[in-house]
Design a protein around this ligand. Structure first.
Ligand SMILES: [Fe+2]
Length: 258
């Protein structure tokens, strides 16, 4: 199984959620942990350090990508000249791949100095990721992770403004490479969509947009509880939420789109 966390926002983290995730991980021993951005609240070194310590404590291979909160907001020179310097000090390159027995995951950096909230995918990224997908092992679930989602429904207060520029163009190519799913955070909500149906991508299978809420932060949107997703090799997707009384994450629902 793959544990999908997002929007940890160290600096505003709830220690009880941090401990509960450690417990879950030690008990369930996922193949890998994927974090879809916003590791920190304000991209401060001590927040990256705390996040790195937490992820190392899980004793599980992990892959992270930056979120819009992981580049400086107030230090304008840092933001424009070296936006990922602090991130890279603790997590090396913002784009990596991670492979396990059942999963092949590609991290894609969608955060830009100018498009830091909405996100942006470049033409170079589109081509490089397509190449990586075409060369990925055919017997593993191919997954891409970016911070911003690739779909928000009409009427959503965020609208398309928080879907990356060129995201749909990327999808049209990536979806032809047996892509199983894209993992995201950003909106602090938990939902799954079939992008193949929504965008008529003409893939021969569902292409899932799997969004996770904040796993550890007290900055909840619309009182959606802290939670995370678990993805199984048989395509089953589970959602867990934090239960205050039991002080642990408990199963809440399955999504059955895959
Ligand atoms: Fe966030």
């Amino acid at each position: 199984m793959l544990l999908h966390l997002s929007d940890l926002h160290f600096g505003t983290e709830k220690s009880e959620c941090v401990h509960a995730i450690q417990q879950f991980c030690w008990e369930q021993q996922p193949e890998m942990v994927v974090v879809s951005g916003d590791l920190t609240q304000r991209a401060r070194l001590r927040q990256f350090f705390a996040c790195r310590q937490f992820l190392d404590s899980l004793k599980t291979p992990y892959l992270v990508v930056p979120g819009n909160h992981d580049i400086p907001l107030y230090h304008v020179w840092d933001r424009f000249l070296t936006p990922f310097m602090s991130y890279q000090a603790f997590f090396s390159a913002p784009e990596r791949e991670l492979e396990s027995e059942h999963f092949y995951v590609i991290g894609v950096n969608s955060v830009r100095r100018r498009y830091h909230t909405r996100g942006h995918i470049s033409l170079t990224q589109i081509q490089q990721i397509q190449q990586k997908l075409s060369e990925a092992p055919a017997n593993k679930l191919k997954i891409i992770v970016t911070h911003q989602p690739f779909y928000t429904p009409p009427g959503d207060p965020h609208g398309v403004k928080d879907c990356p520029v060129l995201g749909k163009m990327a999808l049209e190519l990536w979806s032809q490479q047996q892509l199983f799913a894209l993992l995201h955070g950003h909106l602090h909500q938990a939902v799954v969509y079939d992008l193949n149906q929504i965008y008529q991508l003409q893939a021969t299978h569902p292409v899932l947009d799997i969004q996770a809420g904040t796993a550890t932060s007290w900055r909840l949107h619309n009182n959606i509880p802290n939670g995370f997703n678990v993805i199984h090799p048989n395509h089953q997707i589970e959602h867990y939420i934090y239960q205050e009384q039991q002080q642990r994450f408990v199963w809440e629902r399955n999504w059955n789109l895959g």
